[in-house]
Write a protein that binds this ligand. Structure first.
Ligand code: GLN
Length: 488
């Protein structure tokens, strides 16, 4: 059954519905592949084997009874270790939550299981989703399946690598400043960040609440759309959830035409700092859009250049507040080396958090402290508004925006760990969409001379996922890139 692992989510579902395979066989095939590739790739922090076989058994019983199943039934999924699966670990890639067992289920995953998807495991990540290489995980180094000496990107590196190495056809990640799109670009898969509020954050352990959004990874646009379809929608348990009807994305992606559409290539994201091979690949992508009947124009978003500094004030400020709860009292790690309350708090945090998380808590606390609040946090919020306004202005002229997803392809382990700023810059093209709350996708568009994947980013107006996914689907069909990774 090993060939099953080459199949897309759509194909797996069809085989199940046609009774050509059982749900149990799907689960067996995934764990077989995990057994083979995991020693090298290390994408997962844990497997949810009992849950997977229980879900498979239920599905097989339903099939036996002749019950109607959904288009996502039987689709195996890996979930980033920052999203809560009831009664399973949710480590956030951190020592402080190493032994934490989630007491409840996230809304997004609950919806998937209700529709018949199967939970295979929890994926490795940068600690508390802070990072761009997954090197900040307290547990292991996930490798990029395309070249084991390079990082998979981050922070959802495990979810991206699991899909690229065919452990599963689809996975969930989270994107606060690019953590779905950037690893998708590095690992040669599709990664989608939905509109802020489109997908419930209930059960997602918070990093920066005004930016965090759950999104899918897949090996093609259809499969990413399939997952989005099932995780989207209003949730009264998340106060930032949007109460807007969910369109039938699956039906719409195949019928969206790019004929007559106007696409803006973001000028500032094609300038300095972007690898020349990436620029070239994006230029070829422009040609594909033109061949599909779209008009492509260059467009300037003058405030986009402030996105990285603005992000590192807002995200760290929110993180410093969100991470205050890890004090050794309520849950997670508690130091053994303190007898009184205050030293217990400080030692727990000192021992439980890694260096990047500490750096961000310090930065964020500083930005929010009295006397600095107006100069940093308030100012950053004002500039965030300007970035969002740039997008609004540009969408008066064009239907969609495009850019490279990342300034480089996957980099070598250790090459940026000593210099946090060089790591931060790898999200220069992805952060703007988070600041503005817009939906954005990374689609594979080529390879560099080292045979490492390159991603094209497409950004759409708020809640225009149909248009975004339709354009990505059209591009992917015309691009005809083989992204099957067989290099390990
Ligand atoms: N790399 C960015 C950061 O370190 C984005 C992380 C994310 O999207 N979770 O904050």
């Amino acid at each position: 059954m090993t060939s099953l692992i080459d199949k897309t989510a759509k194909e797996i579902n069809k085989l199940l519905l046609n009774k050509e395979i059982s749900a149990k066989e799907i689960v067996d095939a995934c764990y077989k592949q995990i057994e083979i590739v995991e020693p090298k790739i290390q994408a997962l922090n844990s497997s949810t084997t009992n849950l997977a076989y229980k879900q498979a058994e239920e599905l097989d019983a339903k099939i036996k009874k002749g019950e109607k199943l959904s288009p996502i039934a039987g689709v195996p999924i890996v979930v980033k270790d920052v999203i809560c699966i009831k009664s399973y670990p949710a480590t956030c890639g951190s020592k402080i939550l190493e032994n934490f067992i989630a007491p409840y289920e996230a809304t997004s995953t609950n919806k998937l299981w209700e529709a018949g998807a199967i939970c295979i495991g929890k994926s490795n990540m940068d600690e508390f989703a802070m990072g761009s290489s997954t090197e900040n995980s307290a547990f292991k180094k996930t490798k990029n399946p395309w070249n084991l000496n390079t990082v998979p990107g981050g922070s959802s590196g495990g979810s991206a690598a699991a899909v690229a190495s065919r452990e599963v056809p689809v996975s969930l990640g989270t994107d606060t400043g690019g953590s779905v799109r950037q690893p998708a670009s590095f690992c040669g898969v599709v990664g989608l960040k939905p509109t802020y509020g489109r997908v419930s954050r209930f059960g997602l352990i918070a990093f920066a609440s005004s930016l965090d959004q759950i999104g899918p990874f897949a090996r093609n646009v259809y499969d990413a759309t399939l997952v989005l379809q099932y995780i989207s929608g209003y949730d009264s348990k998340d106060s930032t959830s949007l109460n807007v009807e969910v369109p039938n994305y699956i039906n719409k992606i195949t019928t969206t035409s790019l004929k007559g559409k106007k696409i803006g290539l973001i000028k500032e994201l094609m300038e300095s700092g972007i690898d020349s091979e990436i620029k070239k690949s994006i230029e070829s992508s422009v040609k594909i859009f033109k061949d599909l009947g779209a008009e492509v124009v260059e467009i300037s978003l003058p405030n986009v250049k402030y996105s990285v500094p603005v992000y590192y004030i807002i995200a760290t400020a929110e993180a410093s507040s969100n991470l205050a709860r890890y004090d050794g009292v309520k849950y997670g790690y508690r130091t053994a080396g303190a007898k009184e309350l205050l030293p217990m708090y400080t030692k727990t945090r000192q021992e439980g958090f890694g260096p990047e998380v500490k750096r961000r808590i310090m930065l964020g606390t500083y930005a929010l402290s009295s006397g600095y609040y107006d100069a940093y946090y308030k100012k950053a919020q004002q500039v965030r508004k300007l970035v969002a306004q740039d997008f609004l202005n540009s969408f008066e002229k064009v239907d969609l925006l495009i850019s490279p997803t990342c300034p480089t392809t996957a980099f070598k382990f250790g090459s940026k760990t000593e210099d946090p700023l060089s790591m931060y810059i790898s999200d220069i093209a992805t952060i703007p969409a988070n600041l503005a709350g817009l939906p954005a996708i990374s689609v594979p568009c080529g390879f560099d001379s080292k045979k490492l994947p390159i991603g094209l980013q497409i950004i759409a107006p708020s809640l225009s996922e149909e248009l975004l996914l339709g354009a990505a689907y059209g591009f992917e069909s015309a691009c005809k890139l083989d992204i099957t990774c067989r290099s390990f």
